[in-house]
Design a protein around this ligand. Structure first.
Ligand code: ARG
Length: 274
């Protein structure tokens, strides 16, 4: 159902400020990124996507925008092939949107620039399509404001179910919800408030909890299943791998440890288009 993904080259990726708890060490200092390693990891990730047959459009990274490499956040893809541009919640990332806009324009792709006003919206970091349905799950509480979903629903023919995130380690919905197919998803239980858990239980017949330690350390909740069959995820999450194996899914493990220092892994590192 997805046609391809968007990625941003990693040459300017770094941790130079902390806007989520993963970016800091326990003593409050910033995590130190091994840039060579990050570049290698990014390359391996592109290979994994190509191996399972997903076309990639590549946007050049921009100096002084160290988080732009997390390409899930700047846009939200609509089913008609167009994109909604985000309204980033942190000033450190606000400029990234202009570069995405120029890229889409240059590619002849359609985009919508909504007036979100004071409300922030962080694209596919928080707004995630339910596989094979005209339905969107909308995380809010940290980066995206609930009101942004009203604005989106008013503009487009969309059905959005808001989910309230309650733990700052899981500040984006894509850190704690992994839709697999229309009936199945993995999720991190402690990331959601009670009401949201009920909504998820109604939305997915098989809702499978991810062990919390693997979600925190390894970003297991940031795995990406593009086609209901393959799952690309950070390596080392044995328990989650076993759960995915029991579902008959084929897992591709990749190394994204340098990007986890920035607060993101596989799902965060790519935008998507239909
Ligand atoms: N440092 C980035 C930020 O805090 C990481 C973004 C990760 N992206 C995601 N979709 N969870 O904004």
């Amino acid at each position: 159902m997805i046609r391809g993904i968007l990625m941003v080259t990693p040459e300017y990726y770094d941790v130079t400020y902390a806007i989520n708890p993963h970016m800091k060490n326990s003593d409050g200092s910033l995590k130190k990124v091994d840039k060579m390693k990050a570049t290698r990891e990014w390359g391996e990730l592109t290979k994994a996507f190509l191996e399972i047959g997903i076309p990639i459009k590549i946007i050049n990274g921009v100096k002084n925008l160290p988080d732009m490499v997390f390409a899930a956040n700047q846009t939200f893809p609509l089913l008609d092939g167009s994109f909604v541009l985000s309204n980033m919640s942190n000033p450190e990332r606000a400029e990234e949107i202009e570069y995405f806009k120029n890229f889409l324009h240059g590619e002849g792709l359609r985009y919508h620039e909504l007036n979100f006003g004071k409300y922030s919206f962080e694209g596919m970091g928080d707004a995630i399509w339910h596989p094979k349905k005209r339905l969107v799950w909308g995380g809010h509480g940290f980066r995206t404001d609930l009101e942004a979903y009203d604005i989106l629903e008013d503009h487009f023919n969309l059905d959005i179910i808001p989910l309230k995130l309650k733990r700052e380690e899981f500040y984006h919905l894509d850190t704690c919800l992994v839709p697999i197919d229309s009936a199945t998803a993995l999720f991190v239980e402690s990331a959601f408030d009670k009401e949201s858990l009920v909504k998820l239980q109604h939305g997915f017949e098989n809702l499978i909890p991810i062990p919390e330690d693997e979600a925190l350390k390894n970003f297991a909740g940031n795995a990406f299943c593009p086609d209901g069959h393959h799952v690309v995820m950070q390596s080392g999450s044995k328990k989650t791998m076993k759960l995915l194996g029991q579902l008959g899914l084929e897992v591709l493990e990749v190394e994204t440890s340098e990007f986890i220092k920035g607060g993101g892994s596989v799902f965060c590192l790519k935008g998507m288009y239909f």
